[in-house]
Ligand binder design. Structure first.
Ligand code: IMP
Length: 437
């Protein structure tokens, strides 16, 4: 039987728990590849006593017989990449011959980071709340055809000329608009040529690599970073990241065609969180929001910022289903909701006197929507040790069933904690077994 190729995407604003799920699903795939974003992501994997946060390297890396790739759509800060590789080497995870980087990946340079932070300052109250990792400016340079690609680090003269060109405008901005120090290309070149030397052994044409492996019977999991509503086209613009986080972005970002993919698996928390600025209709300020934040340890894994917390928004997930072509859903952190007397689910919005089910496209109109909720009774007790759906408290079973009904997406997996074994598999993602629900 042909092994399935899947895409795993976040259905909300990121931080849905993709790290744990990708690590879990990795046992059934041969290749795991990231296709967008950079070290703005923070995918946490807990395996026994180990708790690791992967910013760049695919979360499947702990499964040692698997191949992990960074596709051409990923932007790479070499400082972070080599830190992460060193950390893996320290815990004796084998990297050689199983980790590869697209030679077309764009490189995050120190001037991208400075620009990211200075621009946020310039925006003042209208700041995006970026992670400050230089992600946006690196993608801007890519589109402006001023970017540095991984392969460029191997050609000293070409690399030097490219930095000089890129800095012509940027140094003007730093000096005259942003009040920042300028960059001297001569001070950048050595460090980055050295990174190039270290990177060389990992560089391949990842799209050709994937094509050849798929043709010879391997299967693939494409790991999205951030989430659907941080997509630069379809997210809550302008409060978004600078890449296409959607499943569609995976094809350009890894260099393969849509006909290769069999399933798109969407990950959502049992509630909603968001980090950074931007509208969030079901946000709970204080009270229950703080309870969820503390219990769910909802603090950014990259920046440590407290995440904004709120109720599950079925409208968003339904929209995410269409945007990504989702075929199955994984619900994480159900355990965090235990102990709440009542749980609300957003089923629509009131907007200028009418009920709507989709956020308006305009930012100012979005600020006017008021969420409409249905209430469900909560459940008591620690459910993280439960290993079968039928042993869950009845109200938590009803909650999952209601989420399935409201979103129209079949639930594959429910996660009840950080550990690999705190997971209920209801429908195997790779071989369609009959639904348990
Ligand atoms: P940037 O990606 O650093 O440019 O940040 C743009 C927006 O995306 C900000 O609101 C960030 O907080 C958010 N963001 C970026 N990466 C992540 C992530 O991995 N999880 C959640 N939010 C993220």
């Amino acid at each position: 039987m042909k092994k399935k190729n899947i895409i795993v995407v976040g259905l909300q604003w990121g931080d849905e728990g993709k790290g744990k799920i990708v690590d879990l699903l990795a046992k059934d795939v041969d290749i795991i590849a990231r296709y967008q974003g950079g070290n703005n992501a923070g995918h946490t994997v807990v395996a026994g006593d180990l708790s690791l946060v992967f910013r760049l390297i695919p979360s499947g890396i702990l499964n040692e017989e698997k191949i992990c790739l960074l596709g051409n759509g990923v932007v790479i800060d070499p400082v972070v990449l080599f830190e992460e590789l060193d950390n893996l080497k320290k815990i004796n995870i084998k990297i050689k011959d199983r980790f590869f980087v697209s030679n077309k990946c764009h490189i995050i340079m120190p001037y991208h980071k400075r620009l990211d932070i200075a621009r946020e300052r310039l925006r003042g109250a209208g700041m995006i709340g970026t992670t400050g990792r230089g992600i946006g400016p690196t993608y801007e340079d890519k589109v402006a055809r001023l970017g540095i690609r991984a392969i460029d680090l191997l050609d000293r003269q070409l690399f030097y000329d490219k930095i000089v060109l890129s800095l012509k405008e940027k140094n003007y901005l730093f000096k005259n608009v942003l009040g920042e120090n300028v960059f001297d290309p001569d001070e950048l070149i050595e460090d980055y040529i050295n990174y190039g030397k270290k990177l060389k052994e990992y560089l391949v044409d990842t799209s050709r690599f994937i094509a050849e492996r798929l043709d010879s019977g391997s299967n693939l999991m494409l790991e999205g970073a951030q989430g659907t509503f941080l997509d630069v086209d379809h997210g809550t613009y302008p409060y978004v990241t600078s890449s296409n986080t959607l499943a569609g972005g995976a094809f350009a970002g890894a260099g393969l065609g849509p006909t290769r993919i069999d399933e798109v698996i969407g990950i959502t928390k049992a509630y909603t969180t968001r980090v950074g600025e931007g509208y969030f209709p079901t946000e709970l300020k204080g009270g229950t929001g703080s309870i969820i934040r503390d219990k769910g340890e909802e603090f950014g894994s990259v920046t440590g910022r407290p995440r904004r917390c709120g109720w599950f928004d079925a409208n968003l997930i339904r929209e995410a289903k269409y945007l990504n072509g989702v075929t199955g859903m994984i619900i994480t952190k159900l355990d965090v909701l235990s102990g709440l007397p009542e749980i609300s689910i957003c089923t629509g919005y009131m907007f200028r006197g009418s009920k709507i089910h989709q956020l308006p496209a305009s930012f100012s109109e979005c600020c006017e929507v008021k969420p409409l909720y249905e209430e469900m009774p909560g459940w008591e007790g620690d459910i993280s040790g439960i290993r079968s759906f039928k042993d869950l408290p009845v109200n938590s079973q009803k909650y999952i069933l209601r989420l399935e009904e409201l979103t129209g997406i079949p639930v594959n997996i429910v996660s009840l904690g950080k550990e690999r074994n705190q997971t209920l598999i209801l429908n195997d993602v790779f071989c369609k077994s009959p639904a348990v629900l």
